[in-house]
Design a protein around this ligand. Structure first.
Ligand SMILES: Nc1nc2c(c(=O)[nH]1)N[C@H]1C(S)=C(S)[C@@H](COP(=O)(O)OP(=O)(O)OC[C@H]3O[C@@H](n4cnc5c(=O)[nH]c(N)nc54)[C@H](O)[C@@H]3O)O[C@H]1N2
Ligand SMILES: Nc1nc2c(c(=O)[nH]1)N[C@H]1C(S)=C(S)[C@@H](COP(=O)(O)OP(=O)(O)OC[C@H]3O[C@@H](n4cnc5c(=O)[nH]c(N)nc54)[C@H](O)[C@@H]3O)O[C@H]1N2
Ligand SMILES: [Mo]
Length: 744
């Protein structure tokens, strides 16, 4: 039986950090860590959690250390590596082995005659891509993907390039991540972004956390939770698993706590609901509140409801009419647990609700998000200190990329400003988000794929289907730091364009450049790399976008070389196109940068009703056929999305393996399985297609009955391409209907 940890951080985090620093030969007098998340340093490539204003010299976490050592490794994937191995051979390597070859050093082009990637000059690479783009029947045959590490400057040039070319096909990692948040919140509040800041965490009386594992994925958030817990705020977690980071925390940088083995309890209340049960659980909490308020109306914020919101009566009726039995059955919690959680909500003057992938990656992901907003609205918990919605983003600049126009559905306002600034006509047709992009490639409607970062082949759903789709492309191009699956699952022509990492010096004609990023709380700040680049042949992401722009539109309306010579000039153009970026260059030179204003945080509702909208969503159908389980796919403590740092998952008590399947002991017993069994997981998507993932070892785990968990990306073969959230198209990575077959 796995022995999960009950405390996050502590010596485990410190010794694991040291292990990775040593493994990547990082400890030779390297001061890089000291410059991470510092006013004049570079932004941590780990996650999008903001930096505290009082950042001590050593504001970093285990997650950040791993992300950084991965980037600053001394290993190199050189042309010799590619000469020694055919692409077919490399295709048999696992994700860890591929990325563990180290940093890419040269631009490489696939040679189909030899089945090898071979070095190519930058100019020739750009010319080949430009020629290919010119040969497409329509610009919409091109797919331009972005992963959320890309800086504002690179993202802005990249979307400009695509729109000049004539397409809005800008799928991004956000489509698989917080898209349900964006869609849901925009309908409710006319903003896709959270409204709280770190200061609000210092004032909240209660913090509700839905479907998030901060101990692994946002360790710096534990610092805020620790402070909140110490001053007596209530922390209420809804999660099918008892995650270490939500239980207790020892700050690895607090010497006395480390020496005396002291830890701070995090959650005061913990509800292990069923996978997919959040909408029902939140509605049940609302039902309890509304029942109490029927006797004591002062429990609701009547003034706020009347003046600032729309649709409250209809929502009240919906909640009152939904039977208790149905709600409790769907979430798997008791009436007593719901009453307890509701009383915490009622007892708090100000409440923050946080959430991540356990909320968004469901068929009803958008409805989940909107129900969280409904709950907050009941007592006016938005637009005042210590209260509000706090979607916790993943990639460190995923929010900024959207602000820069990386979206398949740009607003008319954005396009008009872009056209005015650059003097061209931008396309109006909406482009493909990730799921649609895959289908377009599979059906031959798209023939060219360009990945600005990320690992499309491994991160996307329905791996077999997606790989076939990528292989049908005439050309695939990837801007990358490390070798990954997307390079070995490639189109007829394929290119790898190696780029600088965030910690590295970016030298252009006018000198050293800084880029800018936007965190989960809308703070925009500069990031300046100082390390020597991993190879002299690397280009920055802005320079790659500009290089391609120059090759594709010589003599066109944009002087790409001038822009890239000095990123201040790119920021001047951003300032002209994106509202809120006035004085951009001056503001990012101030330590800490600046915050983008979110009207909803000031109770300015830019919705069609002019109010904050209650949303009316039906409960989902969560019935699964007898014998089937609801599988959620998670991150282990040793991975960053598709990048596997090592096997094992310290907080969940797993050592040296990844193909494990967490199951409830009673379910395991009924299925006739034990921890020595091996099973094939079979999924049952509505399209009836056969999907299997073999070789998993069942593990006894404290997880609700009927639920199961396993790691991503190994399980992406199981997610059907049409199994996605309503309205947001976010793949249902947290709700896969599966059965298990014992292997002999
Ligand atoms: N070290 C590290 N840091 C990362 C990443 C990484 O891979 N590694 N990835 C980054 C990215 S891009 C993102 S988006 C974030 C992801 O951050 P998280 O969303 O925390 O990541 P997941 O591992 O997907 O974990 C989801 C959590 O939701 C719970 N959960 C699953 N299904 C349900 C459900 O139906 N209801 C509820 N209430 N809970 C559920 C799971 O038990 C788990 O605790 O982290 C970012 N930071
Ligand atoms: N089943 C399942 N699938 C999921 C999820 C899940 O929970 N379950 N989560 C989804 C989520 S939330 C997300 S965000 C996506 C992630 O999808 P992606 O963002 O596409 O994937 P990553 O694994 O983050 O990308 C890793 C690659 O990025 C490249 N890279 C690293 N740093 C840089 C850099 O600075 N510049 C450039 N150009 N390249 C760099 C490296 O080559 C590395 O191989 O996956 C999604 N897929
Ligand atoms: Mo993400």
């Amino acid at each position: 039986m796995a022995k999960p940890k009950k405390i996050a951080g502590g010596w485990g985090a410190l010794s694991s950090s040291l292990h990775f620093l040593r493994r990547e030969s990082f400890l030779k007098g390297n001061a890089t860590l000291l410059r991470m998340n510092q006013p004049r340093g570079f932004d941590c490539p780990g996650c999008a959690w903001p930096d505290p204003k009082d950042a001590s010299v050593t504001e970093f976490c285990e997650n950040g250390v791993k992300a950084l050592t991965y980037e600053t490794t001394s290993k190199r994937a050189t042309p010799e590596l590619f000469a020694r191995n055919t692409v077919t051979e490399m295709g048999t390597w696992d994700d860890f082995t591929l990325e563990n070859t180290g940093r890419l050093t040269h631009p490489m082009a696939y040679n189909a005659m030899t089945d090898h990637y071979e070095p190519i000059g930058w100019d020739e690479a750009f010319a080949r891509i430009a020629d290919h783009l010119r040969s497409l029947a329509t610009p919409d045959e091109a797919i331009l993907y972005t992963s959320g590490r890309t800086s504002n400057e690179a993202a802005f040039l990249y979307q400009l390039l695509g729109r000049l070319y004539g397409t809005n096909n800008f799928p991004d990692c956000s489509n698989m991540c917080h898209e349900s948040t964006g869609v849901g919140m925009r309908e409710s509040l006319a903003t896709g972004k959270g409204t709280v800041t770190l200061e609000d965490f210092e004032e909240a009386d209660a913090i509700f956390i839905f479907g998030q594992n901060p101990g692994t994925n946002h360790p710096r958030m534990l610092r805020e939770l620790e402070k909140a817990s110490k001053r007596g705020a209530r922390i209420v977690s809804f999660n099918p698993l008892r995650e270490a980071g939500l239980l207790n925390f020892t700050h690895p940088q607090h010497a006395m706590d480390m020496v005396f083995g002291r830890s701070t309890p995090i959650s005061s209340h913990y509800y292990q609901l069923r996978v997919g049960g959040d909408l029902a659980a939140i509605r049940a909490v609302a039902k309890h509140i509304l029942e109490k308020a029927a006797e004591n109306p002062a429990l609701l914020d009547g003034d706020f409801l009347t003046r600032e919101t729309h649709g409250f009566e209809e929502y009240r009726r919906l909640v009152v009419e939904t039977p208790w039995d149905l709600l409790l059955d769907q979430c798997g919690l008791t009436r007593g647990e719901i009453a307890e959680a509701a009383d915490v909500y009622l007892g708090a003057k100000s409440v923050i609700c946080c959430w991540a992938m356990g909320i968004t990656q469901h068929r009803h992901g958008v409805a989940n998000v909107q129900e969280i907003v409904n709950l907050l609205l009941l007592r006016g918990n938005i637009g005042r200190p210590g209260a509000g919605p706090c979607p916790v983003r993943g990639h460190s600049n995923v929010q900024g990329d959207r602000t820069m126009g990386i979206t398949e559905e740009p607003s008319e306002d954005f396009l008009v400003r872009l056209e005015r600034e650059f003097g061209f006509t931008a396309p109006r047709r909406h482009g493909y988000p990730v799921v649609h992009a895959i289908k377009a490639m599979a059906e031959g409607r798209a023939k060219f794929f360009f990945g600005m970062g990320g690992n499309f082949a491994s991160a996307t759903p329905d791996a077999d289907f997606t790989w076939e789709a990528l292989r049908r492309c005439d050309m695939t191009v990837h801007v990358s730091t490390h070798l990954n699956r997307s390079h070995v699952v490639h189109g007829k022509q394929a290119l790898i364009l190696p780029c600088l990492g965030r910690s590295e010096t970016d030298l252009q004609a006018s000198g050293r450049q800084s880029v800018t990023v936007e965190d989960s709380m809308s703070m925009v700040h500069a990031s300046t790399g100082t390390n020597r680049p991993a190879s002299e042949h690397l280009k920055s992401e802005p320079a790659i976008a500009a290089g391609l722009g120059q090759a594709l539109f010589p003599g066109g309306p944009v002087d790409w070389d001038a822009l890239v010579a000095d990123y201040d000039r790119i920021r001047e153009r951003i300032e002209a196109v994106v509202p809120e970026f006035n004085d951009y260059n001056a503001k990012i030179r101030r330590p800490g940068g600046f915050q983008l204003r979110n009207p909803a945080a000031h109770r300015e509702w830019k919705t069609a009703t002019g109010r904050a909208n209650f949303s009316i969503n039906p409960l989902p159908d969560l019935t699964v056929a007898p014998g089937r389980l609801r599988l959620m796919t998670l991150r282990s403590h040793n991975q960053y999305n598709t990048t596997i740092y090592a096997s094992g998952d310290r907080y969940r008590g797993i050592e040296g393996e990844r193909r494990v399947l967490f199951l409830n002991p009673v379910d395991m017993h009924e299925l006739g399985l034990d921890e020595k069994s091996r099973v094939t997981i079979r999924s049952h998507a509505a399209d009836g297609r056969e999907r299997r993932a073999p070789g998993f070892r069942p593990v006894f785990y404290d997880i609700p009955r009927g639920c199961a968990a396993a790691y991503y990306p190994e399980t992406n073969v199981l997610v059907g391409i049409d199994e996605h959230a309503v309205k947001s198209f976010t793949p249902m990575s947290k709700y896969i209907e599966v059965t298990l077959e014992a292997e002999c």
